[in-house]
Design a protein around this ligand. Structure first.
Ligand code: GLC
Ligand code: CA
Length: 549
């Protein structure tokens, strides 16, 4: 068995809360979330029972991709505060026992970053080779905005952008660029941060010569030439060395990564990351709803979960998530807005008890849902807008807007609903983006008061997980994988096991008892209904504990 115990092991017992700051809490009354708001809400975050915070980018950025287009890696966006305020938040978080990890976005910068402004001036300045320039484009697609190449007159050349036009890809083959990355890492680690979530990290090494790509997925022609590219492990091991000087961890985002390639990052001699965000379980319905419409399939979701749980057990470590700033809200997606509380609580149990480190995205813990804006002009996410104007053009606009309602990243980016006052308590001023009109029904203040709320259920789950080595380290097994309504899995360690039962059905369903538990009596530890019967009620979830299994 591979060696997995090392000094960074502390992250295995933890759970994290993700902050997408612009919509989290406005502390200075200008309608934009900021670090003053975060400071005020630290006790709330702590009260959830999480152990750390992941900040989506809070650096200066023109916001073409809301922070994922960085124009200065070593500062704070003035909308959000400044370095002093960040330090205050960091110190306070540490004092409260919360770790803090930063988003490290190094596949690309903003086109307004000074490196790019220099680079585009000509072919012979110190920054000329910081980006990927060619005389002629190849056939690659960008994931966000048409072709992957953009012409620049000053150089009479094209630059590569795998994401939006305003996100030119860095040339990681240039050792000076890698040195910059290491400097950035040191800058934040020296300040005291505890690690990084590394954005699209499996894309940073491109195949030599940038050959034409084959069709892979819509909008992803070329991906096979930059996903898990030729020098990726070499480059990551350079970054790893920096991290090894500190007690921190690295979590890589790995779009479209397979279990097999993830193992190369997470284990073995090349082990360069501690955890990865994988995407398989995001494909159970509509990751690409805009152009491939698939109704949600529980069987697919379970298959993806189980594949990763099994493959990594004893070898690597999973990062568990259901929501983040890139995906629609899970109640709208896999649950039911009608059975809001029931499905919101069940969806918590369905992933928080798997093996791995859970991440909870702001608003998920109160069951925020997708927003349905009236017109595409109200959306601000670059990929939603591109998709609307690119796919299914023959359909009527309403149908196309419906696809956006199902899939837009903007649904995860509406202001957090703190209470039922104006602007949902997010800000005294008009918020920068639309508040979901359901804030009077769904908000933190209301759920605080209700012992059975989604919010309090998250607290119970996290507390239970924290108390139990079985739920942290135990092995994972799934039962009845083909059942289209029920997700059932166990976690076992020594003579104890937990059985987690989750109904994804709107109708009552009768669960089967796994062979090994027949004749055994389990203690009901957690349930999202007051009474249990032989049938599972809509979206019911139960957690049983068994001894001497
Ligand atoms: C990651 C981020 C996403 C961003 C993209 C490009 O997938 O999570 O928000 O748009 O990378 O940086
Ligand atoms: Ca503000």
């Amino acid at each position: 068995m591979e060696q997995t115990v090392n000094k960074r092991d502390w992250y295995k017992k933890m759970s994290f809360y993700q902050i997408w700051i612009r919509s989290f809490a406005d502390g200075n009354g200008d309608g934009i979330g900021d670090l003053y708001g975060v400071y005020d809400k630290l006790p709330y975050i702590k009260s959830l029972g999480v152990d750390g915070i992941w900040f989506s980018p809070i650096y200066p950025s023109p916001n073409a991709d809301f922070g994922y287009d960085i124009s200065d890696y070593k500062d704070i966006h003035p909308d959000y505060g400044d370095l002093d305020q960040f330090k205050k938040v960091l110190d306070k978080a540490h004092e409260m026992g919360l770790k803090v990890i930063m988003d490290l976005v190094i596949n690309h910068t903003s086109d307004e970053h000074p490196w790019f402004l220099e680079s585009k001036k000509g072919r012979d300045n110190p920054y000329s080779d910081y980006y990927i320039w060619r005389d002629k484009p190849n056939n690659w697609d960008s994931l966000f905005e048409g072709e992957a190449w953009e012409y620049v007159k000053e150089r009479d050349q094209y630059y590569l952008h795998i994401f939006a036009k305003k996100q030119p890809d860095l040339n990681m083959d240039n050792p000076k660029v890698r040195q910059e990355v290491k400097d950035i890492m040191r800058f934040w680690l020296d300040m005291g941060v505890d690690g990084f979530r590394e954005d699209v990290i499996n894309f940073i090494s491109k195949k030599e010569g940038l050959p034409n790509g084959l069709f892979f997925l819509p909008a992803a022609k070329g991906m096979s030439h930059y996903k898990d590219g030729p020098h990726i492990h070499e480059y990551l091991s350079e970054f790893r060395k920096v991290c090894d000087e500190y007690d921190c961890f690295q979590l890589g985002e790995g779009p479209m990564t397979t279990v097999k390639s993830a193992m190369n990052y997470l284990t073995g001699p090349t082990k360069s990351l501690d955890m990865m965000f994988s995407f398989d379980h995001m494909m159970a319905d509509c990751l690409y709803t805009e152009y491939i419409h698939r109704p949600f399939s529980l069987v697919k979701l379970k298959k993806a979960f189980t594949k990763w749980q099994k493959a990594l057990d004893g070898k690597g470590w999973n990062a568990l998530y259901m929501e983040n700033h890139d995906h629609p809200r899970i109640i709208s997606r896999y649950g039911s807005e009608h059975f809001h509380r029931e499905s919101g609580t069940m969806l918590a149990a369905c992933y928080l008890f798997q093996q791995g480190t859970p991440f909870i995205y702001q608003g998920q813990e109160i069951g925020m849902t997708n927003i349905k804006l009236m017109s595409i002009d109200q959306y601000v996410d670059v990929s939603s807008i591109t998709n609307y104007y690119t796919y299914h053009l023959k359909e009527d606009p309403e149908r196309r807007l419906h696809r956006i309602h199902l899939s837009s990243r903007d649904s995860a980016r509406t202001p957090v609903q703190w209470d039922d006052s104006e602007n949902a308590g997010f800000s005294k001023a008009k918020p920068w983006f639309y508040v979901n009109p359901n804030y009077k029904k769904i908000n933190v203040a209301k759920e605080e008061k209700d012992p059975d709320s989604i919010l309090n259920f998250y607290r119970k789950c996290l507390a239970l997980r924290k108390r139990s080595d079985t739920l942290i380290y135990g092995s994972y097994n799934e039962f009845f994988p083909k059942d289209p309504n029920i997700f059932m899995y166990e976690r076992c360690l020594e003579n104890e096991s937990y059985l987690i039962i989750c109904s994804f059905s709107r109708l009552p369903v009768k669960p089967k008892k796994p062979e090994k538990y027949k004749g055994m009596h389990g203690e009901l530890i957690l349930c999202n209904y007051k009474e249990t019967g032989r049938f599972l009620k809509p979206f019911e979830t139960r957690v049983y504990r068994y001894k001497n299994t």
